[in-house]
Design a protein around this ligand. Structure first.
Ligand code: GSH
Length: 206
């Protein structure tokens, strides 16, 4: 028995567990699920994840786990990607919650409309994009404050916090975000891409 990941290749949320499992040498099966077609809102998928979204991870024992950052925490347990120290572990969670509340709803959503579903953009969406850019630049500014003089978001090692925020920051330019004014973030992106076991977003298991 191995892990099964319901995943959409263009999704940064789905990239998070794909990347960490590859970095940890964990074998998994991938079921490509085009969430843009509404398939995750059909009864068959809702029976697996009542929230109707990918990624969805099926553990080797058959139990299910949704929410990409929860998957990172689960998979990273006992590995170098999850700090042991109580405060550092809480800091990792601090960045994961920041990612879901401040970063993903702005940086990822702008990229999704601009690069993944450009044909669906209407007048209302154009106004929303301005708001996502404002919020996204604010989130990038928070990250830059830390990364201007630190290699990693938590302590001195690459952790789940870095992988969670990497997923959509490294494709932020696809959402028309300009990363030129963020040298700390750009150096950090290169640092993550140089980590052992790193695979790009378009990688998938055989
Ligand atoms: N908070 C969730 C967000 C998951 C999410 O938004 N998934 C999108 C793809 S990136 C999806 O499945 N959308 C289809 C839908 O909402 O119907 C996570 O981090 O896993």
């Amino acid at each position: 028995m191995t892990y099964t990941l319901y995943s959409m290749q263009s999704s940064g949320n789905c990239y998070k567990p794909r990347l960490l499992m590859h970095m940890l040498g964990i074998d998994f099966r991938l079921i490509e699920t085009d969430a843009g077609t509404g398939i995750t809102r059909k009864p068959e998928f809702l029976a697996l994840n009542p929230n109707g979204r990918v990624p969805l991870l099926i553990l080797p024992d058959g139990r299910r786990l949704s929410e990409s950052d929860a998957m990172l925490l689960y998979l990273a347990e006992g590995t170098r990607f999850l700090p042991i120290d109580r405060y550092e572990r809480a800091l990792a969670c601090q960045w994961l919650f920041f990612e879901q509340y401040e970063h993903e709803p702005t940086v990822a959503v702008a990229r999704s409309w601009i690069s993944v579903y450009p044909d669906r953009i209407g007048k209302a969406t154009l106004e929303q994009i301005a708001g996502w850019h404002k919020g996204g630049y604010r989130a990038l500014g928070v990250m830059e404050k830390r990364l201007a003089d630190h290699d990693w978001l938590v302590a001195d090692a690459c952790s789940v916090a870095d992988l969670a925020l990497y997923a959509y920051t490294h494709v932020a330019e696809e959402g028309d975000f300009d990363l030129a004014p963020y040298p700390g973030i750009r150096a950090w992106l290169d640092r993550i891409a140089a980590q052992p076991g790193y695979v790009p977003m378009d990688w998938r298991p055989d």
